[in-house]
Design a protein around this ligand. Structure first.
Ligand code: ATP
Ligand code: MG
Length: 397
């Protein structure tokens, strides 16, 4: 048994010693069987949320009505979820109500994919009622039960299936793929926030190329914000190695660039995905920097981070791999700029007021900008004495 499970064993034991059933479930069991790095260790139990709260000293109620309590143990947090079935799916979204039950098998049955529907006992035995192991061995993504039914219950599962293709390099089972093509328009009922989480994970997966091609083939992409008229661009976008990028901002900038979304349309596109304002601003800034020549003023305006992000995206559009040396050279060139911001100028607005003996006005910032440009481009050295000299002669309006 892996270290992360051993670390979590006391939580299982406490539940079991109190007379309950408790298992590791979901992604951690899948990743363990696949010998991948294990993410969060989730626990399922027949203990009711109130009972879970009583058994542990440190808990956080994150959705008791859905059965989930977070248990803090050592320096870790574990989601402990009561076995449940989901009923009353409204509008092809998540259920409005859940029922707590006592059967592990029933709990596993409501999970989306066979590979995500396995459990592990406290002694490391994997319980696999729906052929998860076999599907992992054959690298197949398959729903638990009939795909049409499962997608009608919760349409996000279609996008999740393609997201796992991307992360694991698996293919969809033929029935699962057919059902996505058939039911794809149901995805429009799902909240944007849930789609965004899955789509970002899809882009970052090693097999994003196959996943994006599946989005195209099944036409599921038509239900993604801003994608409806982008089929052609999406085909070329699928070749881009998004997994080589590191931040959300880079990811969305690369998407804007590859989909050929002009800057004017970028805010609306990114807002449709309900991204945080900061991500939107930075992604657009990177996309704006992309494709500009690497002169001093462009580098200065871009700032180090956006400059390197834009350079990375530009390289990845030409080659599968990054040229680390070239990136270092660009970083070096940036660091050698005479100033990095207006604050670094050896003269201030106050100095200008005194020097010109004129009342404050728009002219101050205009003059500062002229000095800034002359210093950045190396026409003027950043020393007060020289700047004052310059202002007296060629610096005049
Ligand atoms: P990751 O490593 O990306 O977190 P994960 O398998 O843990 O992958 P989560 O989104 O964290 O995925 O979900 C945890 C588990 O909950 C899944 O493994 C699956 O069993 C179940 N699950 C999540 N979303 C759904 C859904 N929409 N329908 C049914 N079951 C789901
Ligand atoms: Mg998870």
């Amino acid at each position: 048994m892996e270290k992360v499970f051993i670390k979590a064993l006391p939580v299982l034991r406490i539940l079991i010693e109190a007379g309950h059933q408790a298992y590791f479930v979901g992604g951690a069991v899948r990743d363990s069987y696949m010998k991948r790095t294990i993410g969060d260790v989730d626990i399922a139990t027949d203990a009711a949320p109130d009972q879970v709260e009583r058994l542990f000293q440190r808990t956080v109620d994150v959705g008791k009505e859905h059965g989930t309590i977070i248990v803090l143990w050592d320096d870790e947090t574990y989601e402990v979820t009561t076995f449940r079935t989901e009923s009353d799916y409204v509008d092809f979204r998540r259920p409005s109500e859940v029922q707590f039950i006592s059967s592990l098998e029933e709990d596993l049955k409501r999970r989306d994919l066979t590979i995500n529907a396995m459990a592990m006992t406290a002694d490391g035995k994997v319980l696999d009622y729906f052929g998860g192991k076999k599907d992992i061995d054959q690298k197949v993504i398959r729903t638990v039960g009939k795909p049409e039914d499962r997608f009608q219950e919760d349409a996000l599962r279609m996008l999740r299936a393609v997201r796992f293709m991307s992360q694991l390099g698996f293919t969809l089972s033929p029935e699962t793929e057919e059902a996505i093509a058939k039911e794809k328009s149901l995805l429009s009922h799902v909240s944007v926030e849930r789609k965004t989480i899955e789509f970002e994970k899809l882009l970052q997966g090693r097999a994003s190329r196959q996943a994006l091609q599946t989005l195209i083939q099944t036409r599921l992409y038509e239900e993604l914000p801003g994608f409806y008229h982008k089929r052609k661009n999406l085909i070329s976008t699928s070749e881009f190695p998004f997994f080589s990028l590191t931040s959300r901002e880079e990811l969305w900038a690369a998407l804007l660039i590859n989909l050929d979304i002009v800057l004017k349309d970028a805010p609306l596109f990114l807002k449709a995905w309900k991204l945080p304002g900061k991500v939107i601003k930075e992604a657009i800034h990177i996309a704006d920097t992309f494709g500009q020549s690497l002169d001093a003023m462009t580098m200065y305006r871009a700032g180090e981070k956006a400059l390197l992000s834009a350079a990375k995206i530009s390289q990845l559009r030409q080659n599968e791999k990054l040229d680390e040396k070239k990136l270092k050279d660009i970083q070096y060139a940036y660091q050698n700029l005479p100033i990095k911001s207006l604050k670094d100028l050896d003269i201030t607005g106050k100095d200008l007021l005194a020097l010109r003996n004129r009342p404050a006005g728009k002219w101050v910032s205009e003059e500062l900008q002229r000095i800034e440009q002359a210093v950045v481009t190396g026409k003027l050295s950043n020393q007060k004495k020289h700047i004052e000299e310059w202002l007296k002669t060629c610096g005049q309006h």
